[in-house]
Design a protein around this ligand. Structure first.
Ligand code: GUN
Ligand code: ZN
Length: 447
């Protein structure tokens, strides 16, 4: 670490640290996972500037640097939620028969209120608070169709210096009139939002056609062009979540080979394209995701809540054509902001499908794996010198039951498994955003 660092400006934290250097579903966890039982992470200028065994890092810190110690905790990279809808925060836990019924009865009603900027701002604040409480430091976020909803969201994210990805939903058919734009209006408004927000602070824009059901061919065409015209932007949408939805898309686009081919046709696949769900994609479609670098966001709490189906993560990650997969909550279809709870349901979904999911793999998906899916693994998702300092501290004994169960853990793999099955947002002890404390459990700092 450079000697010019001032001791007052370095934030140093000490405790057990977990991070990933590779994918534990590909290489064994001894090679892909790094666990240090007593380490220091030093942060300065928004970045991690030192990480290693405490005894070594202590020698290198500027003399007199204050070191905050977190006992019985785990320091790790902030969680990444690769697919979530902030306007749906207030309708989380709303029952329905299935996806389309849920959209009509709850989602489309709630999203209409986001034409009001004050309403949107308040919702964005609640949303950020819940993300921070859950230890989520980056999310790929759908706003509503209204540009006001995007301004409110990015304003709040900028104020917290968070790395966030978001965009205005595009919809020009099969939705209530108050929630529809037109192909040209959606294009123009998105373009203005990109100019205003993309690359500002740590914000990135995502062109966000809701899904093929609610966009005409003309809108899809313009959405694909818009994405290609703006370097570094993301594209996010939904694909193959529900079997009736798949049939509907086939009926709406009969000339296409299948659901994914609709997006392919309009140039919407590739690196930085991320699609929620993908439960019902077939082998050819998964191969196409792999070949194009398209990512899928696995949303287990949502898939179980809406009864959408059982995503086969192991099949999606098949060694000869691994698809980039991230983990996501999909709130408000999803039922929890907590990525620990989401890992818990990912485990159960895997078991329902006759598979398993190791804790190391689940923690990887929620951190470095998510960053890889979003093509951001050189910036976020792991603890290493030069990475952005989005760091969380998990309490390993956050409830009496967990405390009791942890007494019987023999190694880190078992401890991680217990955390993923029993833990939730109560485990989040502290959250550092770009090296600054953004939230602590006992005291709300900026949320
Ligand atoms: N498909 C289209 N829109 C949505 C949405 O808001 N949530 C979910 N889960 N699926 C969708
Ligand atoms: Zn969604």
């Amino acid at each position: 670490m450079s000697a010019v660092l001032q001791r007052d400006s370095v934030t140093a934290i000490r405790g057990s640290v977990l991070t990933f250097t590779g994918d534990p579903s590909v290489e064994d966890s001894a090679r892909s996972m790094r666990y240090e039982s007593d380490a220091i992470v030093a942060m300065y200028g928004g970045l991690i500037v030192d990480f290693g065994a405490a005894a070594e890092v202590l020698q290198r810190l500027p003399p007199g640097t204050k070191v905050t110690a977190y006992a019985e905790s785990l320091i790790m990279a902030g969680f990444i939620d690769a697919h979530i809808h902030y306007p749906q925060t207030a309708i989380i836990a709303s029952p329905a028969e299935h996806l389309m019924d849920w959209l009509d009865r709850h989602t489309y009603v709630a999203e209409q209120e986001f034409s009001d900027q004050d309403h949107a701002r308040e919702a964005a604040r609640v949303f950020m608070r819940e993300c921070l409480r859950a230890g989520t430091t980056t999310a790929a976020v759908f706003c509503s169709v209204h540009p006001e909803s995007v301004d409110a969201f990015f304003d709040e994210a900028l104020a917290r210096n968070m790395r966030m990805i978001a965009g205005k939903v595009l919809m020009d058919r099969n939705a209530p009139q108050k929630l529809t734009d037109t192909p040209q209006r959606g294009y123009d408004e998105s373009k203005e939002l990109i100019a205003r927000w993309h690359g500002r602070g740590r914000l990135s824009y995502a062109v966000s056609p809701r899904f093929a059901v609610t966009s005409s061919p003309e809108q899809m065409e313009l959405a694909g062009s818009l994405w290609h015209e703006h370097d570094g932007t993301f594209l996010q949408s939904h694909v193959a979540e529900n079997r009736h939805e798949v049939d509907r898309v086939k009926a709406l686009f009969p000339e296409r080979k299948g659901y994914l081919d609709v997006y392919d046709h309009y140039g919407m696949l590739g690196s930085r394209a991320i699609y929620g769900h993908g439960i019902w994609l077939d082998e050819d479609e998964l191969a196409r995701c792999h070949a194009s670098g398209t990512a899928l966001a696995h949303c287990p709490t949502s898939n179980m809540f809406l009864g959408s189906g059982v995503f086969d993560l192991a099949n999606a990650r098949k060694a000869r054509r691994p698809v980039r997969v991230a983990l996501a909550t999909d709130v408000g279809g999803g039922t929890h902001f907590s990525m620990l709870s989401t890992m818990h349901d990912a485990y159960k979904v895997a078991r329902l499908g006759g598979r398993s999911l190791s804790a190391a793999h689940a923690f990887y998906l929620a951190t470095r794996g998510g960053a890889h899916a979003l093509c951001l693994e050189d910036r976020i998702g792991s603890i290493a010198t030069g990475m952005e300092a989005d760091v969380i501290v998990l309490d390993l004994k956050s409830t009496p039951l967990i405390e009791h169960r942890m007494r019987h853990c023999k190694d880190i793999d078992e401890a991680l498994f217990v955390q993923m099955i029993l833990g939730d947002e109560r485990a989040t002890r502290a959250v550092y955003i770009a090296g600054e404390i953004g939230w602590t459990r006992d005291e709300r700092v900026s949320a």
